[in-house]
Design a protein around this ligand. Structure first.
Ligand code: KG4
Ligand code: ZN
Length: 365
């Protein structure tokens, strides 16, 4: 089975072709993975400008899809389905990807599968070029950490997710991005802070680890952001001296990473689940990978996606779409983009009818 995945929910125009041998749970092969980033479009504004993102997606989408098919040596007619992110995300961008996917599904007669962006991220650790990994091992705890989400899920099986905790204010990626902006670093802030932090002392400043009530698994990052702002105002040197700036970045990053680590391990303990999977853009953070691996050692098995598959890509959407298609999930022509789509409203698989009605023959055929 070969699936094309299209992702345009934020500031990456992405398409990929993923292949699976041997039916449900078989080996997955990444045939192509093209990501056209819009970093230069948004950099001067310090964040994603939705209208500019939509325009850039329109300009790039056809080339990106064509490149993904060419690299995968796949003709559209050889595909078994077309998966596309339908939400959550920026509505203009989502509509560009969805329109392209519908156009291709219409032209080829192949099934269209709408995918939840976070279910895509959830699949990313199972992807690799020439992967030897056989299928997915449920259940596991998922720590999904991106620019828009901070979620702890208990993934009991594909499509069956229990929400254990989420952020009450800023997403963790936002904590990186806003912190970076306060320090005059570029966008996106996560890579910028983590680079500056490499030479810094993470114990230099004790920023708060906001754990809320110790037994529960929600997050809050707005207080930490305020603590950074207050610190920068009180210590003007922190803005000028490079060594000082490295210490601030390392200490700020440590507060974020340690909070995530404490909560993720607690989620595993509370559910008695010894497997933890981390995904989303912030999953690329090296310090998070190190600290989680250290603290989980001997107790919890931790998996991360390849670094290039942490941030948004079409491959994760293709794999989530494939999982749904193989279980009979298929979207109809009425499929629409959803800017907001809570993760607990992802349609389950199994006894309940997945996604939407089967596709009708288009245009009165
Ligand atoms: O998953 P993603 O590509 O897009 C969303 O769905 O939001 O995540 C983007 C977020 C940004 O906030 C970015 O600053 C953060 O991931 N990020 C990182 C790193 N790389 C990307 N945060 C910390 N360390 C990194 N190395
Ligand atoms: Zn994402």
């Amino acid at each position: 089975m070969r699936i094309l995945g299209i992702e345009t929910s934020c500031d990456e125009t992405a398409a990929a072709v993923v292949e699976r041998f041997g039916g449900e749970g078989g080996r997955v092969n990444l045939l192509s993975n093209i990501v056209q980033t819009q970093l230069t479009v948004h950099a001067e504004y310090g964040g994603v400008v939705p209208e500019l993102a939509s325009r850039a997606h329109i300009q790039n989408i056809s080339t990106v899809i064509q490149a993904a098919l060419t690299k995968a040596k796949t003709e559209p007619g050889q595909l078994d389905g077309i998966a596309v992110t339908v939400g959550p995300g920026l509505i203009g961008g989502l509509l560009v990807g969805l329109s392209a996917a519908k156009g291709m599904a219409l032209a080829t007669g192949k099934p269209l599968i709408g995918v939840h962006h976070m279910e895509g991220h959830l699949m990313s650790p199972f992807l690799a070029e020439n992967s030897e990994e056989e299928g997915m091992d449920f259940p596991f705890i998922a720590l999904l950490v991106s620019g828009g989400h901070t979620l702890l899920l208990h993934a009991r099986q594909f499509g069956d997710y229990i929400l254990l905790g989420q952020t009450r204010d800023d997403a963790v990626g936002e904590a990186f991005d806003k912190g970076a902006r306060m320090m005059g670093l570029g966008y996106p802030g996560g890579p910028a802070i983590s680079k500056l932090a490499e030479q810094g002392d993470r114990e230099a400043i004790r920023f708060p680890r906001i754990l809320l009530d110790k037994t529960q698994l929600d997050f809050s990052f707005s207080g930490l952001k305020t603590a950074l702002r207050t610190y920068l105002i009180k210590n003007p040197l922190a803005q000028k001296d490079e060594t000082f700036r490295q210490h601030v970045a390392a200490s700020y990053q440590e507060a974020i990473v340690e909070t995530l680590t404490i909560k993720a391990i607690k989620a595993c303990q509370q559910t008695n689940c010894p497997r933890l999977l981390v995904a989303g853009g912030v999953g690329a953070n090296r310090r998070l990978r190190t600290l989680l691996t250290q603290r989980a050692a001997g107790k919890i098995q931790v998996s991360f996606p390849a670094l290039n598959l942490c941030t948004d890509n079409g491959a994760m959407i293709a794999l989530a779409g494939m999982e749904r298609l193989q279980r009979g999930g298929r979207s109809g022509w009425e499929l629409n983009a959803q800017a907001r789509w809570p993760v607990m409203q992802i349609p389950p698989m199994g006894s309940i009818q997945p996604i939407q009605a089967p596709a009708q023959p288009p245009l009165g055929q």
